[in-house]
Ligand binder design. Structure first.
Ligand code: CTP
Ligand code: MN
Ligand code: MN
Length: 528
């Protein structure tokens, strides 16, 4: 700010800004370097001379500055005005209402920081002028294209559209088209964050992440109630079959597609075929009926308690936390994600093996192998997300416990443990173990539930919690935001500041958001 002269009232200075004389008669906007950005400076409270000074400064740096508010303005910059005052002014002077333009309303800080950086910076929430509801009909604040700058609760007001876009995203994924998958996922996510239901195309004005294809889908749904492309996909045999096969634990798109090309269509055909299944896939197929049924919150809470008891058997002061969708306050999920840590770092070493072995002999774990950096066993797949020691298991939850939960006090630990049925050992895959697994699958007393157990060293716990809470798109955008806007590298282990060449420690999620210069978003608003 020091580089700019303070506001001074100069009578007689014309309010026209682009001082043609100074610039030898050529249009200063001819030397524009950032053509996609158009700045309009609000003169009110800034004063004409400062406005002219800022205009010339920006033009020298290659920015396009518009004298009048117009369609091509992307940033309305104001100093010492409220958002509502700016809107009022634009309406009065230019006859443009908020619904009539898509530009961001920003504080002068965005301008000065951009000048300092020599390029237009991304608008962060701290730059945005706040507009209160009553003066505005539709989009009151500009919406970030980063999911980690949006608050997305489970109250989705645009399900009709988001469900359709989800089908297109899934189809792209099944076709291994990552870019299309991401585009449809982002479009669906932005609609989930809207505080209103879209009822006409104009409602989408100024909303980022909606490409031509997604808009076409929305338009068709608005007109016809459905989208023909989506309807066709839902009836498509390949789509249906690949969805079916990838719903089996341990089966990815490549495998599902291979089976499809081999002519397989149903789970029964798969069972009857002689295709070679991995141990995990075998278990997934065996327990498919149960695993296909969503996990309820009651079941998730119960499983957390059971695992906690098992963990405390070996390490009484260890901490078990429910992460994933249930931490985001979802009522149902496809699995239960549990993080295990201990305040004294190092104590957690060797814990997972003990716990999983014990739960397996108790019949609590029906299937599960340990993977991760600290485990000696080889892991087949390169780990995409993190290197924590973990067990992606199939848990056997006594149905009786769920049914009786309301009336029963769960203090008796015996009632939580397993009994007659034995799960299979970790490493062995003998015929006996196979028979035990089949017996368990036929056991109507237990429901098979997918449970992810992740052991985390305490110093990485905040990062692991943030990384394992999701949603996937929220995580993805957090990492993208860190990389592109902060030159930092974020993972479930750490945050690395590339400029400072240093890791930034954090004890809480709040600290991580602060490191990233982001407003804190609580878990229930991360349902992007
Ligand atoms: N995750 C991860 N590493 C994995 C698997 C998952 O870091 N190997 C993260 C994902 O990025 C996600 C979170 O853990 O943010 C939870 O993943 P998942 O259980 O697949 O999804 P949920 O959001 O919990 O949804 P659901 O309720 O369907 O389980
Ligand atoms: Mn989950
Ligand atoms: Mn999971």
């Amino acid at each position: 700010m020091a580089l700019l002269p303070r506001k001074r009232r100069c009578k007689g200075i014309p309010t026209s800004i682009a001082s043609q004389d100074n610039l030898g008669g050529s249009n200063p906007n001819d030397r524009v370097r950032f053509s996609e950005v158009g700045i309009f400076l609000v003169e009110r409270r800034m004063g004409a001379s400062r406005r002219r000074f800022l205009t010339e400064l920006a033009q020298k740096k290659g920015f396009r500055v518009e004298e009048q508010m117009s369609e091509s303005v992307t940033h309305v910059v104001s100093e010492n005005n409220t958002g509502n005052e700016v809107l009022e002014l634009l309406e009065k002077q230019n006859g443009i209402s908020r619904t009539g333009f898509n530009a961001a309303l920003v504080e002068i800080t965005w301008f000065t920081e951009s000048m300092g950086a020599g390029r237009p910076l991304e608008v962060e929430s701290r730059h945005q002028l706040q507009v209160t509801k009553d003066s505005v009909a539709v989009t009151e604040v500009s919406i970030s294209s980063y999911a980690c700058q949006r608050r997305t609760t489970l109250k989705n007001k645009n399900k009709l559209f988001t469900e359709a876009l989800k089908v297109l995203a899934e189809s792209a994924e099944l076709n291994e088209s990552e870019a299309r998958n991401l585009a449809f996922s982002r479009a669906s996510s932005i609609l989930k964050s809207l505080p209103y239901t879209v009822t006409k195309m104009e409602d989408l004005q100024g909303i980022p992440n909606l490409g031509v294809h997604s808009r076409k889908v929305i338009k068709e749904i608005l007109e016809d109630g459905t989208c023909s492309e989506v309807e066709n996909l839902l009836r498509n045999e390949r789509y249906q079959t690949l969805k079916r096969f990838t719903s089996i634990f341990g089966v990815g798109v490549k495998t599902a597609d291979k089976w499809y090309r081999e002519g397989l269509r149903t789970l029964d055909e798969l069972r009857a075929s002689d295709v070679k299944l991995t141990r995990g896939q075998e278990a997934g197929l065996l327990y498919h009926n149960d695993l296909y049924v969503p996990v309820t919150r009651t079941e998730a809470d119960l499983i957390k308690q059971i695992v906690e008891r098992a963990v405390h058997k070996f390490l009484p002061t260890a901490v078990v936390t429910l992460a994933g969708g249930f931490r985001r306050e979802k009522e149902i999920g496809h699995d239960v994600d549990l993080l295990i840590t201990h305040p004294e770092e190092g104590k957690e070493e060797g814990l997972l093996c003990q716990v999983v072995n014990w739960m397996t002999t108790e019949g609590l774990i029906l299937y599960g192998g340990i993977t991760g950096s600290s485990h000696k066993g080889r892991s087949k797949k390169p780990e995409i997300f993190d290197h924590f020691e973990k067990c992606l298991s199939i848990f056997g939850l006594k149905k009786e416990l769920v049914n009786n939960l309301e009336s029963k006090n769960l203090r008796n630990s015996d009632s939580l443990a397993g009994d007659e049925t034995q799960g299979i050992g970790l490493a062995d895959h003998t015929e006996a173990a196979q028979q035990v697994m089949v017996a368990a699958a036929c056991n109507k007393d237990r429901k098979a539930v997918r449970v992810d157990l992740v052991v985390v060293p305490y110093s990485q716990y905040a990062y692991a919690l943030l990384g394992w809470t999701g949603s996937r798109l929220f995580e993805r955008d957090l990492r993208r935001y860190a990389k592109h806007l902060k030159n930092m590298s974020l993972s479930s282990h750490s945050l690395f500041d590339i400029e400072q060449n240093a890791f930034l420690p954090a004890a809480t999620e709040e600290e991580i958001f602060a490191h990233l210069g982001l407003e804190y978003i609580p878990p229930h608003e991360r349902n992007a």
